[in-house]
Design a protein around this ligand. Structure first.
Ligand code: FAD
Length: 411
C-alpha cells in the first residue's frame, strides 16, 4: 500500500484546519485524513443554539463539504498507533503508513462517569450544550421555566472551552431577567474547581454578573450523580479531608460532562500519564518521535482547549511538519493562545484571550476592545464574524490573523 506524506487523525476543527494549512503551503503533498463521522460540527456555536440565537443547522456541515479537495478522506476510525513503524491501524485492521503523522481526534465527553446521567439526559429537565442534539433542549427548558431551581455544573479541568458552563448559565439568567422571572428562580453554579475562571483578569467582570443575576456560586462542588425521575442531583463537596455528598433538588439541570482523552489515545504509547498526547508545548512535536505532531483538544498542554487555539496551532504544525518531511527541526512556535468568549448577557461578551501561564494575548488594541469588560463589539464578533472566519478562513487555510511565528516569539 501507498505511504502518505502526511496522515491526519481526525477531521474536526484542528484536523481540517491543519490539512488546509499544509496544502496551502505545499499543494502536492499526499495527505490522508482519517475520520469516521460524516458530519463536521462548529461546536462554539452550540452556546448560542442553547440560547436560541443560532439555528442548530448553522453549526453543522457535511464532512465531505469541509474536506480539502486535494486530501484523501479515509472514512474510518483509527484504533491504534505504531509510531515505531510509522503506521496507524484502522478499525477494520488495515494499516496506513505515513512519513509524518498529525494526531487530532479531540477529546472524549465522559457522560458515563456520572451515574444516572446517561439515563436521563434530554429528559426530566436535564440538558447540556455539549451535545448538538441537546443544545436546543436547553433553550426549550429556559423558555418553559417560570419558577423553581436551576443548577449549572462544571467538571474538573481540563475541559474544552472552560467558559462554556458559565456561558449557558448567564444567557439563561439574562433570558429570565428580561421576562421578569429571575426573582422567582434560584440559580446555583456548582464548579468542581476552586475559582470562577482560571485567569484572574476576567474574574471581576464575571463576578458582577454572578451578583446581578443573584447566582449562588459553589466552588469545589462536583456533580457525582443524577436521579432524573426524582429530579435530584448529587454533589461531592469538601477538600482533601472530609468529603460529603450534598443532594440538590432541581427543576432544570445543565450538565457539562467530565472530559478525558479518547480511549485509543490514552491506551497508546504516544500519550503521557494524563492520557492526552505528549507534545512540546511550543513546537507541538512529540518528545520521542520527531515525525509525530498533535494539535487541538487532544494535546497534553496547558492552553485553553478551544477552536481558537486550534486556529493558531494549525499553521504551526503545518510549518513544522513540512520541515520534518525535509529532515529539519521545527521552526514555528505556538504561544498557548486560546480564546473564550464569555457570553455574559445577550448582546455582550467578556472576550478572554490568553496564552500559556495565563498571559493576556488580546487580538485587538485596548481602546477598540478591552476583553476584560463586557462589550457589544465582542458579541458582534462571536455572533457575526467568527462563524464565517471558521468556515471560510480557518478550514480553508486562510490565515489572516494567525500566521505562524518563530519559536519563542509572540506576534
Ligand atoms: P473536534 O472538533 O471535536 O474534532 C475531533 C474529530 O476527531 C471529530 O470529527 C471526530 O469524529 C474525530 N475522531 C474521534 N475519534 C476518532 C478516531 N478514533 N479516529 C479518527 N477520527 C476520530 N472553542 C472556541 O474557540 N470558542 C468557543 O466559544 C467555544 N465554545 C464551545 C462551546 C461548546 C458547548 C463546546 C462543546 C465547545 C466549544 N469550543 C469553543 C471548543 C471547540 O469546539 C473545540 O476546542 C474544538 O472543536 C477542538 O477541535 P478538535 O479538532 O481538537 O476536536
Amino acid at each position: 500500500a501507498a505511504t502518505y506524506d502526511v496522515v491526519i487523525v481526525g477531521g474536526g476543527s484542528a484536523g481540517i484546519a491543519c490539512a488546509a494549512s499544509l496544502l496551502k503551503r505545499q499543494a502536492d503533498l499526499s495527505i490522508a485524513i482519517i475520520e469516521p463521522s460524516d458530519v463536521h460540527y462548529y461546536q462554539p456555536g452550540w452556546t448560542l443554539v442553547g440560547a436560541g440565537v443560532f439555528q442548530p443547522r448553522a453549526t453543522r456541515r457535511a464532512m465531505a463539504e469541509v474536506m480539502p479537495r486535494k486530501a484523501r478522506w479515509i472514512r474510518q476510525a483509527v484504533r491504534a498507533f505504531q509510531p515505531d513503524s510509522n503506521s496507524v491501524t484502522l478499525a477494520d485492521g488495515t494499516a496506513i503508513a505515513y512519513h509524518a503523522l498529525v494526531v487530532a481526534p479531540g477529546l472524549k465527553l465522559d457522560w458515563g462517569a456520572i451515574p444516572g446521567l446517561s439515563e436521563t439526559i434530554g429528559r426530566n429537565g436535564v440538558t447540556s450544550n455539549y451535545r448538538y442534539d441537546l443544545a436546543p433542549y436547553t433553550h426549550e427548558l429556559v423558555r418553559k421555566m417560570a419558577q423553581g431551581r436551576a443548577l449549572f455544573t462544571q467538571p474538573p479541568m481540563p475541559i474544552k472551552c472552560a467558559g462554556a458552563p458559565q456561558k449557558a448559565m448567564y444567557l439563561s439568567c439574562h433570558d429570565w431577567e428580561q421576562r421578569g422571572l429571575l426573582e422567582g428562580i434560584e440559580v446555583e453554579f456548582h464548579s468542581a474547581g476552586p475559582v470562577l475562571f482560571g485567569v484572574a483578569d476576567y474574574v471581576p467582570a464575571l463576578m458582577t454578573y454572578i451578583e446581578r443575576y443573584g447566582i449562588d456560586f459553589r466552588p469545589g462542588s462536583k456533580l457525582v450523580g443524577v436521579d432524573g425521575d426524582a429530579r435530584i442531583a448529587r454533589f461531592e463537596q469538601g477538600g482533601d479531608g472530609e468529603k460529603t455528598v450534598v443532594e440538590r433538588p432541581f427543576d432544570m439541570l445543565h450538565v457539562v460532562p467530565p472530559q478525558v482523552a479518547p480511549d485509543f489515545v490514552a491506551a497508546s504509547p504516544i500519550a503521557d500519564e494524563s492520557g492526552f498526547v505528549a507534545v512540546d508545548p511550543a513546537t507541538l512535536r512529540h518528545p520521542i518521535w520527531p515525525n509525530l505532531f498533535a494539535l487541538g483538544d487532544v494535546i497534553a498542554a496547558s492552553n485553553a482547549k478551544t477552536a481558537a487555539a486550534a486556529r493558531k496551532q494549525a499553521p504551526v504544525v503545518a510549518v513544522n511538519v513540512i520541515a520534518a518531511l525535509d529532515g529539519k527541526n521545527p521552526v514555528a512556535g505556538y504561544d498557548g493562545y486560546g480564546s473564550c468568549p464569555l457570553t455574559v448577557e445577550r448582546g455582550r461578551i467578556v472576550l478572554a484571550e490568553f496564552g500559556y501561564g495565563g498571559k493576556l494575548l488580546p487580538s485587538f488594541p485596548n481602546w477598540l476592545l478591552d476583553g476584560r469588560k463586557p462589550t457589544r463589539l465582542a458579541w458582534f464578533l462571536k455572533d457575526r464574524m467568527l462563524p464565517p472566519i471558521y468556515w471560510h478562513g480557518m478550514l480553508k487555510g486562510r490565515e489572516w490573523l494567525a500566521g505562524p511565528s518563530p519559536i519563542g516569539q509572540t506576534p
